[in-house]
Design a protein around this ligand. Structure first.
Ligand code: NDP
Ligand code: MG
Ligand code: MG
Length: 332
């Protein structure tokens, strides 16, 4: 069994008198900055000249300076800008200003595992990785809840890396739900596999394929949307609350019979073989290499796929249907 840490195992006072620089104020950055501030920790935000995020961070009451400046003045530097921009910002602005015995913190192991960031031997390096989108890291914390997280120590030169990691995890709410100790390799490989095969790639393509199958067969797109997308959230909430067994308790016996007999035909051996192959490409570094090269080339494939996906009928139908649900905020 995994070694788990909860609130009682972490001590926020180890961060007392320390200044934490949050670099980036996006999905994770805004959540960490606000949760840590609510946990009475001294935060300063680092951004670049002309960044749209400056106004947001200032409106939330943070002092914002350049990445170089905040790196120089902070005890703990948390890198929360997009993974693809991190290596360059690290070389130019972080590394030259990172003093000995400080701590460098990341929320995902990709750049360090694949040598895009090579930290110097004179700082602590660790990861606190929330297993959640950043907006939920903030929303759950405000509701008195938390999202699970992973902690990994890459380099502990002060002998205090772990207690600092635990304290940060507590400050952002992860030890409320459970924090697991891991390695950079395990976090990165499982994170990539999860987002590719189920959380993002798997689920988004399952939704789209089922929607297209119904629409191509002549059913109304609005019904296909409610069936294949909207209801997924309602059912997944049950899975989250009580496991797959709790969802199966709530659905009809007919649905449950279809689940046992038809589910394995959708997720058949061929799909499982594909999952194994995808995992292999993560483990041997070929996915990482492909994505690093795509970024170096200016993201041509990514941009084209993003544009095409946005134009899909399911998005148009969804926009119209959600506009009639007043409890949903408009998201663009
Ligand atoms: P975002 O894409 O949301 O970060 C964008 C932020 O970084 C914006 O404030 C942006 O400013 C700022 N930024 C962009 N370029 C620079 C720069 N050169 N210098 C300083 N700031 C810059 O990132 P995420 O929150 O998605 O990811 C942050 C880290 O967290 C990554 O390592 C990621 O893997 C990890 N992570 C992310 C999760 C998620 O839910 N998104 C889940 C778990 C981990 P502007 O908008 O003004 O350009
Ligand atoms: Mg990820
Ligand atoms: Mg993830």
């Amino acid at each position: 069994m995994a070694k788990m840490y909860y609130d009682k195992d972490a001590d926020l006072s180890v961060l007392k008198g320390k200044k934490i620089a949050i670099l980036g104020y996006g999905s994770q950055g805004h959540a960490w900055a606000n949760n840590l501030k609510d946990s009475n920790i001294d935060i300063v935000v680092g951004l670049y000249k002309g960044s749209k995020s400056i106004a947001k961070a200032e409106a939330d009451g943070f002092i914002v300076k350049s990445v170089a400046e905040v790196t120089m003045e902070a005890d703990i530097v948390v890198v929360l800008m997009p993974d693809n921009v991190q290596p360059e910002v690290y070389e130019k602005e972080i590394l030259p200003n990172l003093k000995p015995n400080k701590a460098l913190v990341v929320a995902h192991g990709f750049n360090i595992l694949y040598n895009q960031i090579v930290p110097p031997e004179y700082v602590d390096v660790f990861m606190v990785a929330p297993k959640s989108p950043g907006h939920l890291v903030r929303r759950m914390f405000k509701e008195g809840k938390g999202v699970p997280g992973l902690l990994a120590i890459y380099q502990d030169i002060t002998g205090r890396a772990k207690e600092m990691g635990l304290a940060i995890a507590k400050g952002i709410g992860c030890t409320r739900a459970g924090l697991i100790e891991t390695t950079f390799q395990e976090e990165t490989e499982t994170d990539l596999f999860g987002e590719q095969c189920v959380l993002c790639g798997g689920v988004n393509h399952l939704i789209t394929a089922t929607f297209e199958t119904l629409v191509e067969a002549g059913y109304q797109p609005e019904i296909a949307y409610f069936e294949c997308l909207n209801e997924l959230k309602l059912l997944i909430d049950l899975v989250y609350e009580g496991g797959i067994k709790w969802m199966r308790y709530s659905i009809s016996d007919t649905a449950e019979y279809g689940d046992y007999t038809r589910g394995p035909r959708v997720i058949d051996d061929h799909v499982r073989q594909n999952m194994k192959q995808i995992l292999k490409e993560i483990q041997d570094g070929s996915f990482a290499q492909e994505w690093i090269l795509e970024n170096k080339a200016g993201r041509p494939k990514y941009t084209a796929m993003k544009y095409r996906a946005k134009e899909h009928l399911i998005e148009k139908v969804g926009d119209q249907l959600r506009a009639m649900m007043p409890w949903l905020e408009k998201r663009d």
